[in-house]
Design a protein around this ligand. Structure first.
Ligand code: PLP
Ligand code: COI
Length: 357
């Protein structure tokens, strides 16, 4: 793919500011390309960050035909930059595209676009290793002007990047989780496995309600029986039994196939933990928390990496985990995984890719 690059003149370029939080400050440039049935993907370009121009009838604005991804680039101590599992991320982008009847992107071309974009905006990759990184947001939207319902014929694929600090304001401090007892996120056969905007829009109502009660995230149960644990907010979830055995819900068809989850499934056994995927009944889980068999609970995802859960609430009853403190297993996994990401721990899995210059 040839990418036409129009960059900002040096004097107008910015760099990673001192304060950036998560997802509020964006790097100087963005990648875009367009799709139609005649030309396929075309007009691949990197330009200064800009607004998009869309017809008000663009299909994405009416029927939500949209997918996105999230992955990160990390500054290594030796000055080089690591991308974490970018192929796996792009493959999931294409799985989401298939489910939402959108065209696949070529994995190599998508990776090339990311490498070129990050190279141009290298100054935006945070240099402090305290949980900071460059968050990369590939997105695809249906752009056809079409009010009749049906798959669009035209699409735009774009990639943005942004410096990102810890996803939760409290950093590695435990979050509190409210178990959704009446609202559901996704159903088997639906689009829960796809990373599509509607899943997130659907989660906002209850998230806002529980935020008023002081809860940071919502834990979702399966939509059919309202009994099996699915995932938590923008993360998958893991439970630690007696400090040594880790369980995570098996992929049900309505859970996002988290790349962090998959990394932990592969990493944990090499660190001496027994780790399995199981169908997990929330009542058993809560009873195991109450009896102290479950010693830690944590969420895992790209934005948050690993986030300990200190409290779960179901129908007003609160279950505290490990005295609402983070525990050793979450910390061990966090240190090892972020060590691989920042290049301070050997990457025996081949997950990291050095940024090509
Ligand atoms: N589940 C949901 C709903 C998410 O949005 C995310 C974040 O991407 C995850 C799980 C974790 O996935 P990953 O580890 O690939 O970021
Ligand atoms: C990610 O971890 O990439 C996410 O999807 C988080 C996002 C919803 C902010």
């Amino acid at each position: 793919m040839s990418i036409k690059i129009t960059s900002l003149e040096e004097s107008k370029r910015g760099s990673c500011p001192k304060e950036y939080g998560f997802g509020t400050v964006f790097s100087d440039h963005m990648f875009t390309q367009d799709y139609d049935q005649k030309q396929g993907w075309h007009d691949a370009e990197i330009n200064p960050y800009h607004n998009l121009s869309l017809d008000p009838t663009a299909a994405v604005l009416h029927y939500g035909q949209e997918i996105f991804e999230g992955l990160k680039a990390y500054h290594r101590a030796d000055g080089q930059i690591n991308l974490f599992r970018p192929e796996a991320n792009c493959e999931r982008f294409n799985l989401s595209a298939k489910r939402m009847v959108m065209p696949a992107v070529d994995v190599n071309q998508h990776l090339e676009a990311m490498h070129k974009l990050i190279n141009l905006d290298k100054n935006w990759v945070p240099k402090t290793a305290n949980g900071s990184s460059l968050y990369i947001r590939p997105t695809m939207i249906a752009t056809s002007s079409k009010i009749g319902l049906g798959a669009a014929a035209q699409y735009k694929h774009f990639i943005l990047t942004m410096p990102a600090g810890p996803y939760f304001a409290g950093g590695f401090n435990p979050i509190s989780v409210y178990i959704a007892d009446t609202y559901r996120r996704a159903v088997v056969g639906g689009v829960g496995e796809a990373k599509t905007g509607g899943n997130y829009a659907a989660s906002l109502f209850i998230s806002e309600e529980v935020a008023k009660k002081g809860y940071t995230q919502v834990l979702w149960l399966d939509a059919i029986e309202g009994r099996y644990v699915e995932e938590v907010g923008a993360m998958n979830i893991c439970f630690v039994y007696e400090g040594s055995r880790i369980v995570t819900p098996s992929l049900s068809g309505s859970i996002l196939r988290g790349i962090t989850r998959d990394s932990i499934l592969k990493l944990a056994p090499t660190l001496g933990y027994d780790m399995t995927e199981e169908q997990l009944d929330i009542h058993q889980i809560l009873s195991d928390i109450a009896s102290g068999k479950i010693t830690e609970v944590f969420g895992c995802g790209t934005a948050a990496v690993i986030s300990p859960v200190g409290k779960l609430c179901l129908k007003g009853k609160v279950y505290e985990v490990n005295g609402n403190k983070s525990g050793p297993v979450s910390k061990h996994l966090y240190d090892q995984l972020t060590g691989i990401q920042y290049g301070t721990v050997e990457d025996a899995f081949g997950w990291t890719q050095l940024l090509k210059s």
